[in-house]
Design a binder for this molecule. Structure first.
Ligand SMILES: Nc1ncnc2c1ncn2[C@@H]1O[C@H](COP(=O)(O)OP(=O)(O)O)[C@@H](O)[C@H]1O
Ligand SMILES: [Mg+2]
Length: 355
């Protein structure tokens, strides 16, 4: 079941300073906690900026907030931005997302802002960022635009220079000389800068078969990632960030909870797609263990979990549906036999269903 989304008051052009606090924003933290596991520092840092905007009190002449989300791969940095869009606008698609990996070369920033008039390709290059695109990710629930510069460590220095103006003055000049205004934007930069140093520290301290608890000192992790950021970006750039937050490696409990979230979402999808023929999946502890062991790692966090669920549950379940083996079943039990490299499926009455 998806959590109920409570609408956030639409931001008025002339905000009334005496208006009551928007009810939606008050529930935002709770909604985020249901979607993002084990990273409450990030939620606590982000929510007040949304509230400031919804209350009509965000400062002028700069973005509503600028966040740098740091920490190892697969710990929920990008997911946080998607989850915020879901909570605020009702869908994770309400994000202007720039993959900085596409801007590794100096001249590639032209793709972001469009080529200047007179240059070859001027007509063909539609800028990836425009006022229209920022406005299009707002919704009737909220006038806040969420902008994500993902994996910013991959960006060429020319992109970092463009970003300086955005972070500082909330404007970006496009190739055709028009300007984009970011005063109604919440800007997220994500990066795994420092993650390698964290991993090295882990191995140095406790040897190869490391326990992630050794990395549980949040202040130490934060210092490592901030140092890496300072080596990579100029002080001006770093100074324009409102909050830098370091995501922790996920512990076993967090990973279990993330798996539970994904299975809940999968069951909701089955309900939605199969209608009257829908059934719910029920995983045994052994099936849970199989998925978390194959879908998570210290190096990639929970990044592979979705793929593993796809391969080991969704694909075989599709086979069962196609072969009409799920007809009349309300539950499909999923189990794992010790040593096996696939999962097994059982009917509501726990009779084996051959996939
Ligand atoms: N803390 C978390 N809470 C909920 N889901 C998570 C979390 N961390 C990772 N995931 C899951 O793993 C996937 C990859 O995480 P992502 O946010 O893309 O990692 P990164 O930190 O590298 O940006 C997400 O789509 C989500 O399904
Ligand atoms: Mg990411």
């Amino acid at each position: 079941m998806r959590p109920t989304i409570i609408p956030i008051r639409t931001y008025a052009a002339e905000p009334n300073p005496c208006a009551p606090a928007p009810a939606g924003a008050l529930h935002l933290a709770a909604q985020m906690r249901r979607r993002i596991i084990g990273q409450s520092d990030a939620i606590d840092a982000i929510v007040p900026y949304v509230e400031l905007f919804e209350a009509g009190l965000a400062p002028e002449g700069r973005p509503v907030g600028v966040f740098l989300l740091l920490g190892p791969t697969g710990t929920g940095k990008t997911r946080t931005v998607e989850a915020l869009a879901e909570a605020i606008h009702g869908s994770e698609r309400h994000v202007v997302r720039i993959d900085c990996g596409e801007f590794q070369l100096e001249h590639e920033t032209a793709k972001l802002i469009g080529a200047p008039p007179g240059y070859l390709g001027h007509r063909e290059t539609q800028p990836m960022i425009s006022q229209q695109k920022l406005n299009a990710v707002q919704s009737d629930r909220s006038g806040l635009s969420i902008v994500l510069f993902d994996e910013v460590e991959k960006a060429a220095p020319s992109l970092a220079r463009l970003l300086l103006g955005v972070l500082d003055k909330a404007t970006l000049k496009l190739g055709d000389n028009s300007s984009v205004n970011f005063e109604r934007s919440l800007i997220f930069l994500t990066s795994n800068l420092g993650a390698r140093e964290m991993a090295r520290e882990l191995t140095d301290r406790v040897g190869f078969a490391a326990n992630l608890d050794a990395l549980a000192d949040p202040a130490r992790l934060h210092a490592i990632s901030l140092n890496a950021v300072r080596r990579r970006f100029s002080p001006e750039f770093v100074n324009r960030i409102d909050r830098a937050i370091t995501y922790h490696p996920l512990d076993a409990d967090a990973i279990q909870e993330i798996l539970r979230l994904q299975i809940t979402a999968l069951n909701a999808m089955l309900e939605d797609r199969l209608g009257g023929a829908a059934f719910q999946l029920i995983l045994s502890p052994a099936a849970n263990r199989f998925l978390t062991e194959h879908g998570t790692s210290p190096e990639y966090g929970a990044r592979e979990l979705k793929r593993v669920i796809h391969r080991h549950i969704i694909q075989p379940v599709a086979q069962l549906v196609l072969r009409r083996l799920t007809v009349g079943e309300r539950h499909i039990h999923v189990d794992h036999q010790h040593g096996g490299d696939t999962l097994s499926f059982y009917s509501t009455d726990k009779l084996p269903l051959a996939a």
